[in-house]
Ligand binder design. Structure first.
Ligand code: NZQ
Ligand code: ZN
Length: 385
């Protein structure tokens, strides 16, 4: 029986040229901090459009938020917000810039050591600065959700937090701003969105046909549109379809009231924290083995996935499941994201360190049934070599 509380206050402004809407979306008297990454927005004109949209307001900038944003860098932005008495944040970039901005929003007036926000996974956030986003990389869904992941470099710890106080007020999604993405990031984005759907869909049946069909629709769309964007990077409609898919994959809708897994993401975070792999690379490595190792617990949904997403209806149950997992892996490879630890020069020698980090972050009973122990994670990693 479905039973849930679905809350999402983020307004989406979607389409070509929508950055100009900043003029209306940001309060006229706001003292704004624009946060961005390593400079892609300066090279592709997004920065200039943002600045003209904000004309007339007090605007400061903070650049240098790195992929997998670090606590160390973000605390500098917190200092700037406090020093300049800024009261509105605007994230311009991909998931890292948006996640980083969520942390800055919560930390700016946090009483106590902001690291506690991560230690308590966001449960102790009582207020946050308002912020909007201009998304330049479809992948994480951060533009329409209340989650964020921050890395403390000194501890090699990558920690998620969430709070309803860090939903963006609005997000501007202009698909034409994604033309300049390197193909590696395009592939990463499709794989990340795909994995988000799988974490919420591929668990066990709870008679939730609406969520199931939404999830399958997103997977089928990603399978159709992903290769098209690699073949025709300048096609607006394909870019738009991918962008909207990635947002819907993690805005809470398909996950409302259904069991959720997230074990692949938690193991993946350790791979990024320890070895610097891109977020989506870690998912491409872990997800296929995670499904194989947990075949029994996920059997009913794996068969549904095989039939409805990959059209696999012949052969034994095990054959259909194995083939669906193989096709999933092939799709990630087709998107240019390698799926084996050895592709990234990692292997057996790294597994103990990964498990040790999982243990120290209390990631010892993961998954929708809390049955992904360290032993299960070890099997998954061994199968991922
Ligand atoms: O820094 P700049 O110069 O902007 O370059 C970025 C960066 O190097 C570049 N880029 C972005 N838009 C571009 C562009 N280059 C050219 N043209 C454009 N239009 O892309 C690079 C990667 O950016 P990043 O933001 O790191 O990628 P992504 O959006 O994949 O975000 C990854 C982060 O999000 C977290 C991940 O863990 C990771 O830290 N996640 C956040 C989630 C959430 N908040 O809900 C869920 C996800 O599972 C994920 O964990
Ligand atoms: Zn992800």
């Amino acid at each position: 029986m479905l039973n849930f509380d679905f809350y999402n206050p983020t307004r989406i402004l979607f389409g070509k040229g929508r950055i100009a809407d900043l003029a209306k979306a940001v309060p006229a008297d706001a003292r704004v901090l624009v946060l961005y990454g390593g400079g892609s927005i300066k090279a592709n004109g997004v920065f200039d459009e943002v600045m003209s949209g904000l004309a007339g307001r007090t605007v400061k900038e903070f650049s240098g938020i790195e992929p997998n944003p670090s606590y160390e860098t973000l605390m500098q932005a917190v200092e700037l917000v406090r020093r300049e008495n800024l009261d509105f944040l605007l994230a311009v970039g991909g998931g890292s810039v948006i996640d980083g901005t969520k942390f800055v929003a919560a930390a700016a007036h946090f009483e106590g050591d902001p690291w506690e926000i991560l230690e308590k996974r966001g449960r102790n956030i009582t207020q946050a600065l308002p912020f909007g986003t201009v998304l330049t990389l479809p992948a994480t869904g951060s533009e329409m959700n209340n989650g964020s992941v921050v890395t403390r470099k000194s501890l090699q710890a990558k920690i998620p937090f969430s709070s309803n106080l860090v939903f963006p007020k609005f997000s501007i999604l202009d698909p034409a701003k994604t033309y300049t993405l390197p193909l590696r990031q395009v592939g990463n984005g499709v794989v990340d969105a795909y994995a988000h759907v799988m974490e919420q869909y591929l668990t066990y049946p709870v008679n939730s046909p609406v969520q199931d069909r939404f999830a399958e629709g997103l997977l089928l769309t990603l399978i159709e549109e992903g290769p098209k964007v690699l073949a025709n990077p300048d096609d607006y409609d394909t870019r738009a379809n991918i962008m909207w898919c990635a947002t819907l994959a993690l805005n809470g809708l398909i996950g409302a009231g259904v069991p959720q897994d997230w074990a692949t993401h938690m193991v993946g975070h350790e791979l990024t924290a320890l070895y610097g792999l891109d977020h989506a690379q870690t998912l491409a490595i872990v997800l296929p083995s995670m499904l194989s190792v947990r075949k029994e617990g996920k059997r009913a949904k794996l068969l549904q996935y095989a039939a409805r997403v990959w059209n696999l209806t012949d052969g034994s149950e095990d054959q259909r499941i194995d083939e669906a997992i193989r096709k999933t892996r092939d799709f990630f490879e087709q998107m240019g994201v390698k799926t084996r630890l050895t592709d990234y020069k990692l292997g057996t020698q790294n597994i103990d360190a990964i498990l040790k980090h999982l243990e120290s972050h209390r990631m010892v009973t993961l998954g929708e049934q809390r049955d992904v122990t360290l032993d299960v994670s070890r099997k998954v990693l061994e199968m991922s070599i």
